[in-house]
Design a protein around this ligand. Sequence first.
Ligand code: CP
Ligand code: NVA
Length: 311
Amino acid sequence: MSLESLAGRDLVSLLDFSPGEIRAILTLAAEAKANPGHYARALDGKTLFLYFEKPSLRTRVTFEAGMTQLGGHAIYYSASDGKIGVRESVEDVARNLDRWVDAAMCRTFRHELVADLARLSGIPVINGLTDRLHPCQALADYMTMAEVEEELAGKRLVYVGDGNNVAHSLMEAGAKLGVHVSVVTPEGFAPLDEVVRACRDAARETGATITVGTDLSLVEGADAVYTDVWASMGQESEAEARRRVFLPYQVNAALMRRAGPDAVFMHCLPAHRGDEVTDEVADSPQSVIFEQAENRLHAQKAVLLALIGTV
Ligand code: CP
Ligand code: NVA
């Protein structure tokens, strides 16, 4: 029932989906991972447009490979080919895309650009990361956590570092899945208040809790410790200043010991090893970072199947 309701929809924020819809995507992702052959022709003749204003390894390759594995095709188009809203209005781009392709994935600086494309076009628009959110990453992350934990509801994920796009989407998806999410940042780098408030509202339905703080003791007893770069794409000029502020929040062996031996270590990648995470942690048996990267492929195949509406 929940998959049917996703056909033709956009994925801009995971708060737009119900808990049942997110669970249905994760179930389909696990099924597509276990039986890839079953979906090999599911998107036969379908085309996905990929728009990037920022660099990418995982998002680009997993969406392109995912479309190939589903029998469809992806077209990569970067801002240097023609910036949406600059070379041509957002509305006209949306109306052109409607005539040619079956879905679009967009990675932009301004979150509103993806929201506008979704509103103005009739095809499903998928957020491939904005300055505010990274929903496809969070889907892959909770899929990975579910492979370790079996039942996600009631588990604790503690994100340590910058209260950024990845932290926001982990809170949004966690709220919908009943996962208790804590975001621990240096003073002044907390997630946006409005995102925290919206996640707490969503969490009422599932019993999840959303905690924001600066105290690293929040990692104690975590099921997952998660970090991301201290300076995101577009913040490169702040990297040096941020390094000094964030160093106490590095995820190293001492911090993982405070979490406990059963905690997994998670990172969306790319990692700046030696900054937000040490090699020792990234390459430890507790680390699931390459499982997360693999699951981008499976989670996004499920998103494409559900939104293009062939399952
Ligand atoms: N995690 C992630 O989105 O990686 P890329 O920036 O390489 O796509
Ligand atoms: N927060 C990072 C995530 C990269 C996948 C960034 O926006 O650069």
